[in-house]
Design a protein around this ligand. Structure first.
Ligand SMILES: [Zn+2]
Length: 172
């Protein structure tokens, strides 16, 4: 094979794409830099979802510097589509968005609890030292309740101060 130019060009294994498409892998093969022969599954997956001609088109429309990332994302998307034929990679995005929302709600709740405890400490400190409780704390506390929707109300009521009368005098 290719013995007529064996000195300048040793026999090269075709890239994964050309091997699977059963075509000759030229030196200028568009696929070769992105689909090495030792990772055939990358091309098999992408080819199944996008088709070789579309992959070729996508690669050729991009500058060299962006081709590797484009191929990586196409392989990722293809894998996701094969794993999840209904939602594909969008399924992973939705799942992660839900996780972010849940964690943000947990964070807001934890922040409300921290604020609550800090306020109790500040109030107790004012009582112990005989100082009047600062109105600025009251205002920011009110603002916090309105800005954090339900998370404050749903927090553990045991975090509130035990003596109701004391609580009333502080917050009245
Ligand atoms: Zn090739």
């Amino acid at each position: 094979m290719a013995s007529h130019h064996s000195t300048s060009c040793p026999v090269v294994t075709p890239c994964a794409a050309c091997k699977i498409l059963r075509r000759k892998c030229a030196d200028s093969c568009t696929f070769a830099p992105h689909f090495p022969p030792d990772e055939p599954s990358k091309f098999i997956m992408a080819h199944r979802v996008f088709g070789a001609s579309n992959i070729m088109k996508f690669i050729q429309e991009l500058p060299e510097s962006q081709r590797a990332d484009a191929v990586s994302s196409m392989v990722y998307e293809a894998n996701a589509r094969i794993r999840d034929p209904v939602y594909g990679s969008a399924g992973a995005i939705f799942q992660l968005q839900n996780q972010v929302n849940e964690l943000q709600a947990q964070l807001a709740k934890a922040q409300a609890e921290v604020f609550n405890i800090q306020s109790q400490h500040a109030a107790l400190f004012c009582i112990e030292t005989g100082r009047s409780f600062q109105t600025s704390s009251q205002q920011s506390f009110d603002g916090f309740i309105t800005s954090s929707d339900e998370s404050f109300e749903s927090s553990d009521p045991s975090l509130y101060i035990d003596q109701d009368s004391l609580w009333d005098t502080i917050w009245a």
